[in-house]
Write a protein of this length. Sequence first.
Length: 300
Amino acid sequence: MAFADQILQGIFLGAYYALIACGLSFLFGVMRIINLAHGSIAVLSGYLVLALANHFGISPFLALLVAVPVMAAAGFVLQRGILERSLRSGPLIPLLSTFGLAVVLDNSMFQAFGADTKSLANGIGDLSYSSWNGPGGIAVGQLAVLTLVVAVALLGGLQLFLNRTPLGRAIRACAEDPETAELVGIDARNVYAAATAIALVTVAIAGTFLGMRATFDPYTGPTQLIFAFEAVVIGGAGSLWGTLVGGVVLGIAQNLGSQISPQGFLIGGHLVFLIVLAARFLFAGRDWRSALRIPKRAQA
């Protein structure tokens, strides 16, 4: 039962990783951009929800409803102000731009909120620690189950949105070939702005769950970015359901690694990531685009 418990807890941890990796995967799938400020924006979302909850005396869930349109607007500004301009200068400039944005955000949050760790756990009451007892004495945390449900609902909702709505189909068209999409009347500029807004909405949700399940500080972002990136690569870059699989694999590897040694939590996850990446390079003929599973039409 101990092994089954570790696997189960790894799945719940992986659900959080899938949640925080969702926006990174979505943005990469649409614009082929790896947003290095992704983790920092998630932490910023956590601070925003915390500030709203404290100021209005409401729960983090209600504060999230207010934070979502704010982050959507921030995504629109991010696309028009930084990503759109940097994309014109080649694939390296967006990396440098988002890296610079991450540095600015981290240090700005340090100046505004200080170095003390924060948490949203106090705002959700018993949910932060309550659990159900399963067979064999396995404890299932209520917040962990909620995280899993939200991750599956978010990824499934995004997939349905991409497949069933006009905007979703426009996003898919621009992801495959923006020039051809514009020839049939799709405004790729507006579509990219909408996609970035959607990505930051998912980041707001992930940042809220980060604050509810753990503590965070202004420099927590880079660590969250690493976990999100590993989940995306393990599951296949740009694949939403693959992101869930990658997050679960990463979570299980970390949980099992922690049973071997205290340092095994991080080492186990990094090791699985490197093994998957090496295997993909081997079977993809050492082509990095194929190794990351970028669709063929998007490689041109």
